[in-house]
Design a protein. Structure first.
Lengths: 443, 443
């Protein structure tokens, strides 16, 4: 495994694929240790604290081994949550035209505002936050949600305590470790000592038992959830906001999959009254408009949100954005604006519907096998329960028998054990074929 | 001054424009303090340590006041270092075609590698690092140099000591403060207690006296320099590499203006033998190809570079890139690749030559006034000395008498006093006009 060869896969922790297996702090023979010049710069102890992730490289390794053993099998990859469908041409045309314009005196643009073009910020506010009170100037356009998570962590620093859902998207924990919030990894439990893990499993409707959750400064909360595919209801989010308010906490709400909501679940935390005083929202065009490789996201920091000394969080976040970021690409922002035009919005919703139809096919296939299936309705992920089984064993068996790659739930934290995540991001024919194979082999 | 209204200006510290004037930690009346809900989340003490920057908002304020007083004056802005010339259409066409392709099944791409497309990484290595031993896999493509500086600081953490040139581009110090390396700001000197300031003025040929420089873990070094416009010679860089090697330090070398070098000065620190064991290089397409708003840069982390425990820095930087970043926009990377094609490279060099011609006009104008002028030959910045004068007073006088906006050197650190920086990034007619006004008024 080499950092130059690693293929991309946002929804499993890519970074983990890269962790070297060598234990650099262990003692080695003098010669081996002393090859070449070493600086006297200490390695950041926080970086040393990142889990070494022998678990996840296994997906790539096992996939690779499977191909070696079965050279004629047609592998279907439903592991990685990566969009596959073309971007509607009303949007790509807007980007192409902006790019072309940059070669003209009239169309050329240098630096834009680090916070994003005000027209785009206003369009996001008016299209996606109508009625919530979120203003354009509270929206910071970025190059993606994952990047904003790390900028937020830089903002917060090491002296805060965080809670995460378990299972959860790994970036919350990994960035916590990097900035020094996490404490030590306890090998046995697979948990960091200073992070609060909020169990979210079928037993509690994938919503944490807040009465048993200790107070933290920050609560990372992703809805619709990656990986469980569950969207929190209005009532649940009201509880969450109330909990944060009582405890003086800040919710960092990740709504990257909001476009997939089919029912009455809120698409933004700011649909909940009072949320502007206790929440930040991170979101993205990646899964909404197929911008995974194009790169565009945003973060909402309400003016009402204050630190314990009364200082507005938005002022510090703005400072971070101006110091550590220089704005999203102007070409890409033109695409974002096109996504929010009437026709553009309709076109991206059609693509979202395509993936949602894929998800239905997956749900139906796993349910037909008598399994309990979650997610898929409000999210592009299907979360399948195999009671009492190791998620790794399930992953293996599916791969071996059907040549379909999934993700073992354990990779998203201890709370993901017994589950696998199956992604609806693929072409329809792959869904049909994967579904057919499942039914044929496991029924 | 409001974060939603701030205009962009990368080369003076924009962030500083945004620092609120309110002293939030001072005691206020109970009512004022307690308006609305306050969380119990502590503000990051490092953020509190950022200089409040009453100095820099002054540029905008004075510019604004000047316009109010002189509504008919045609202001010429040579303050901000922002590109103004169109991007050659061979490059914009490549981006437009990539964007158009994303609407097709064949051309659609989802997530790319976080480190950048290998084709682009190889092209950077072959075009810009030929003969240096830098490999494609040591190059990490990014959304810009400023973003990479902050990611590097996240990598290094709080437990390292840094040195910066004085004067210098403010992002090095500001990010040092944010991650907790800087110590306290000493109001009198304008310096942070734990940062080493390496004086770079005409007296020492804009190169630090290394025999008097204490050891630090990290040495930020920018050449060609922003703001002084001075490029370090091969001999100077050999001294620097030697100094770093002896001290076990890491040089973070910022070569964002390398394309402007006209003489034999090295364009990369990796032209110096042994530099791969002691240096990281950050660079950018912004000033090289007019990509200030398009966003593309890169960082070179050599495999040979090791921490004090022998762990390769590249492994940790790779982990940071994968956890905190998700790759530069694929559309923009297509443009970067086009910049490095034979015809594309020639075309961007022509634009660089245009700005260099601008710089010559500025140099000639200030020299004709009997002033000592530095920079302009290997950089798009002209650094003009006004011995014994306050750089703010000089800024004011030029603005009042000629309606030309510059940057007072003091804004780049205490070492910038007595100087002003004048940017060559503008249309030719502005250069001619500014030059004419200077000569007319001050001769």
């Amino acid at each position: 495994m080499n950092y130059s060869q690693v293929t991309s896969c946002i929804c499993i922790p890519k970074a983990i694929l890269l962790q070297p297996k060598t234990n650099w702090t262990s003692s080695k023979s003098g010669n081996e240790r002393r090859a070449g010049h070493w600086t006297h710069v200490p390695r950041n102890v926080n970086m040393e604290g990142l889990r070494s992730g022998y678990l996840f490289p296994e997906i790539s390794i096992r996939e690779h081994e499977h191909i070696q053993k079965n050279p004629n099998a047609r592998l279907i990859r439903l592991g990685i949550g990566d969009t596959t469908q073309p971007i509607p041409d009303i949007i790509t045309t807007a980007m192409a035209e902006h790019a072309d314009g940059l070669s003209t005196t009239r169309g050329y643009r240098g630096y834009g505002a680090e916070q994003g073009d005000m027209e785009l910020r206003m369009a996001i506010a008016e299209t996606l936050y109508r009625g919530t009170g979120v203003k354009g100037k509270e929206i910071f356009v970025s190059d993606g949600a994952q990047c904003d998570i790390s900028r937020l962590q830089m903002l917060l620093g090491s002296n805060v305590k965080v809670a995460v859902q378990d299972p959860s998207f790994p970036a919350y924990i990994d960035t916590s470790v990097i900035v020094g919030q996490s404490g030590k990894l306890e090998e046995k439990s697979g948990k960091y000592s200073d992070i609060v893990y909020m169990n979210c499993r079928a037993e509690n409707n994938f919503f944490p038992d807040l009465s048993a959750t200790p107070r933290t400064d920050i609560i990372f909360f992703c809805s619709p959830n990656n990986p469980t595919g569950s969207a929190a209801s209005r009532q649940q989010l009201e509880q969450l906001v109330d909990f944060a308010k009582t405890n003086g906490s800040i919710i960092v709400y990740d709504s990257a999959y909001a476009a997939y909501i089919s029912d009455e679940s809120p698409r933004s935390i700011f649909e909940i009254p009072g949320a502007k005083e206790v929440a930040i929202e991170i979101s993205s065009f990646s899964k909404f408009a197929g911008f995974t490789g194009v790169r565009l996201g945003w973060t909402v920091v309400p003016e009402e949100l204050k630190y314990s000394n009364g200082f507005p969080v938005i002022e510090d976040f703005n400072r971070i954005v101006c110091t550590c970021f220089n704005g999203a690409s102007n070409i890409v922002q033109a695409g974002g604006l096109a996504c929010l035009s009437r026709d553009g919005y309709q076109a991206v919703c059609n693509v979202v519907d395509y993936y949602k139809e894929n998800a239905k096919i997956l749900v139906e296939a796993f349910e037909s096998l008598g399994l309990k299936v979650y997610g898929g309705k409000n999210a592009p992920y299907v979360w399948v329960h195999f009671p009492g089984m190791s998620s790794w064993n399930v992953f293996n068996e599916i791969l071996e028998k059907t040549h379909v790659v999934t993700v073992p739930g354990r990779g998203f934290g201890p709370g993901g054990e017994e589950y696998i995540r199956v992604s609806a991001f693929s072409h329809r024919e792959n869904m049909m074929e994967a579904s057919l194979r499942m039914k044929k082999i496991f029924r």
